[in-house]
Design a protein around this ligand. Structure first.
Ligand SMILES: *[C@@H]1O[C@H](CO)[C@@H](O)[C@H](O)[C@H]1NC(C)=O
Ligand SMILES: *[C@@H]1O[C@H](CO)[C@@H](O)[C@H](O)[C@H]1NC(C)=O
Length: 408
């Protein structure tokens, strides 16, 4: 074999070897991360991300066992591959100094990434100091205010500036599997302007009295699926905001918490609606709400339509079935009639116990009455007796046994 033949043989071998080898793996330890729970590993994680994102092939970013302290991290795309697999065996820990994340948007945020999986691991948001600051009414870093912005083209922009634990904005093809989020400072998981996102086997946990710790918030996104997930927290287990479409939640447990909430909708005049939502096989335990649709009592062109709530068990829930179109915490609602149109909402096989007498409450807008409400086999009791239903401006039908008797 002459030299050039040898060279081409070696090249061929290297090529073959490369294509047969497992995708490259980057361990955050190689980038200087320390699993001691004390050393700031932020820059190591960001350096590992930079490599993973610039790889032209799918890659694995590996976080081994141990506790990794990190400040806010923005994992930004677009990346040169669409198969980044982040495997976490350890725990990421946020700084407990409430000003360390400060007024930064999020703790862990992905933006403009197409094709990312996060598998396993614990995200420990260290929320307690911020919650006590808020509960004591002291001056705290600003919370998850939703900044709404309308550009000249009337496009709808919503950005969060808060301290959610895990955020995805403008991302497609995302899988979050077997991840645990503990004690988030604010919202645990936020999905904003994304397509095709799946959350499975996710565990979310914070105390029932922790302020603004919503479990999963979804808005301006289509094709989001949440399955086999449990949320115990101080605010909504799931909140579904404007522009959510084609959303499915299945095998989901909530409690403590404020239930699964579509809304608040209609805070703004121009607002995209929520449509095609299926919430199936859910259990609510000791929650303030079960299945809720909530809109501001102000003018809006928003809507919620084609919603199916199917197979829900209520255990001692304060408002098991609730449409609340008179939400106005800031008391700045001119005539309290919501512009949001609620239509085609089905409640099928909903049963269990209510913690208050009114188990079914449709408090719809007098300007836009709810249309196409269907109650199909609903059985809710209060103190072992049938509960009560209350309706205002609600129109629809009942099928099968419905207790409390329908007021539609
Ligand atoms: C709203 O969005 C426009 C266009 O993106 C931007 O130029 C403007 O600065 C934004 N305004 C605010 C208050 O964020
Ligand atoms: C909602 O579902 C309907 C009927 O299946 C479909 O025609 C419509 O395109 C869906 N909406 C969105 C925003 O995808």
């Amino acid at each position: 074999m002459n030299n050039s033949a040898l060279l081409s043989f070696l090249c061929l071998f290297a090529l073959l070897h490369q294509s047969l080898a497992a995708s490259p793996q980057f361990n955050v330890i190689q980038f200087g991360a320390k699993p001691d729970g004390r050393t700031d590993s932020t820059s190591a994680f960001l350096a590992a991300w930079k490599q993973a994102c610039s790889s032209t092939r799918g890659v694995t970013l590996y976080v081994p066992k141990g506790r990794f302290l990190t400040r806010s991290m923005l994992f930004k795309g677009p990346c040169r591959n669409s198969a980044i697999f982040i495997r976490i065996d350890g725990t990421l820990v946020a700084p407990s100094d409430i000003w360390a994340i400060g007024n930064n948007p999020n703790w862990i945020e992905f933006q403009y990434v197409n094709g990312v999986t996060i598998s396993g691991g614990v995200l420990d948001g260290k929320g307690a100091p911020l919650w006590s600051c808020k509960l004591a009414g002291r001056k705290c870093p600003t919370g998850a205010t939703v900044l709404t912005n309308y550009s000249s083209t009337n496009l709808f922009f919503v950005f969060f500036s808060g301290k959610q634990t895990l955020g995805f904005s403008f991302c497609n093809n995302v899988l979050v599997s077997g991840v645990t989020s503990l004690n988030s400072q604010m919202f645990h998981v936020v999905i904003n302007f994304c397509r095709n996102v799946k959350l499975q086997g996710v565990r979310i946990s914070a105390p029932g009295n922790s302020p603004n710790t919503d479990g999963i918030h979804i808005q301006m996104s289509t094709g989001v699926t949440v399955v086999n997930t449990k949320v115990a927290t101080g605010d909504d287990c799931v909140s579904i905001g404007p522009g959510a479409a084609n959303l499915r939640i299945e095998n989901f447990a909530c409690g403590p918490g404020h239930g699964i909430s579509i809304g608040s909708l209609g805070k703004n005049v121009n607002e995209p609606g929520v449509q095609n939502v299926t919430v199936k096989s859910t259990t609510f335990t000791g929650t303030t709400n079960g299945l809720r649709i909530k809109s501001w009592g102000k003018p809006s062109n928003g809507f919620a339509r084609n919603i199916l709530f199917q197979h829900a068990t209520m255990n001692n829930v304060q408002n098991p079935i609730f449409i609340d179109q008179r939400y106005c915490p800031d008391r700045n609602c001119p005539d309290t009639a919501s512009g949001v149109r609620v239509s085609d909402v089905t409640y099928q096989d909903i049963h269990g116990t209510s913690a208050t007498q009114v188990a079914v409450n449709f408090d719809c807008s007098k300007r836009n009455p709810c249309k196409g409400i269907r109650l199909d086999n609903v059985r809710l009791t209060y103190n072992s007796k049938p509960a009560v239903a209350s309706c205002a401006n609600a129109d629809g039908t009942t099928i099968g046994l419905v207790q409390p008797g329908s007021c539609l």
